[in-house]
Design a protein around this ligand. Structure first.
Ligand SMILES: O=C1O[C@H](COP(=O)(O)O)[C@@H](O)[C@H](O)[C@H]1O
Length: 248
């Protein structure tokens, strides 16, 4: 049975520090029982701050990074190296350093292709689904050991936005058009893929997210609050700061 836990931190900085320590500990825990470890990263404010905090953690050196695969929950459909790509920001915060000095193999890093590599968001989604399938025991998606998600003030997770058709997409990944948050074109894991993860952690901070945090935790319809629909097969964690946990 899946368990849900809500943990409230004093502020966004402590939240990022705690999420980083929790993430590295989770990887260590999994490495004590199986390999490889599959981790899904998120973009967004707290998501990237969490990676930056992990980069400074003494726990980093305890992980065997040669046995870790890194994925993304979504990507803005922008060319490689664009500063607004989630990949670019994650690389700057942590991933490049892991490759350069901690033994993370480049082939274990699985970015979502942008327009310099794939002709369209749909083509990128198809390529990403194939990459996921190649690493999956069931030929679909790996049972991610931990999948991080940010949440927007509109309740979106990954690039699954309220009222959008992609909420109902099947398969592992979907091309997204008309995103209300720029850029308009994106690629996202589907709910099917997200909810195949053993553990899903939603990280959110700030008063502007409080209403949607409360709605998601209350189980409002996914079409209105996509964050309502995420859960890990073993555990779902909501990692919040006091502002985002303080419903109006
Ligand atoms: O565009 C995105 O936004 C969300 C949330 O970002 P935040 O800055 O409000 O925390 C993020 O989770 C997603 O990965 C990203 O593509």
């Amino acid at each position: 049975m899946t368990r849900r836990l809500v943990v409230v931190h004093p502020d966004a900085d402590v939240l990022a520090q705690a999420a980083a320590a929790r993430l590295l500990t989770r990887i260590l825990d999994v490495q004590s029982v199986r390999r490889p470890v599959h981790v899904v990263l998120t973009g967004g404010t707290v998501g990237i701050a969490t990676l930056a905090a992990a980069a400074q953690s003494p726990l980093l050196a305890a992980v065997d990074w040669s046995g870790v695969h890194l994925w993304w929950g979504d990507e803005r459909f922008l060319p490689s190296g664009d500063p607004d790509r989630n990949e670019t920001q994650a690389r700057a915060a942590l991933v490049d350093a892991l490759e350069a000095t901690a033994g993370l193999p480049a082939e274990n890093v699985h970015p979502i292709a942008g327009p310099d590599v794939a002709g369209s968001p749909a083509a990128s989604a198809a390529a990403y689904a194939a990459d996921l399938a190649a690493q999956a025991d069931d030929g679909r998606v790996p049972a991610f050991d931990v999948l991080l998600l940010g949440m927007g003030p509109d309740g979106h997770v990954a690039s699954l936005f309220p009222g959008h058709a992609e909420l109902a997409a099947t398969g592992a990944a979907v091309g997204v058009h008309g995103s209300p948050k720029p850029p308009a074109e994106r690629v996202s894991l589907t709910f099917e893929a997200i909810n195949a993860a053993r553990q899903v952690w939603v990280v959110a901070a700030g008063a502007e997210k409080a209403e949607q945090v409360a709605s998601a935790l209350a189980g409002q319809p996914v079409a209105e609050v996509p964050a309502s629909g995420v859960r890990g097969t073993h555990r779902t964690l909501w990692l919040l700061d006091t502002a985002s946990a303080d419903a109006p």
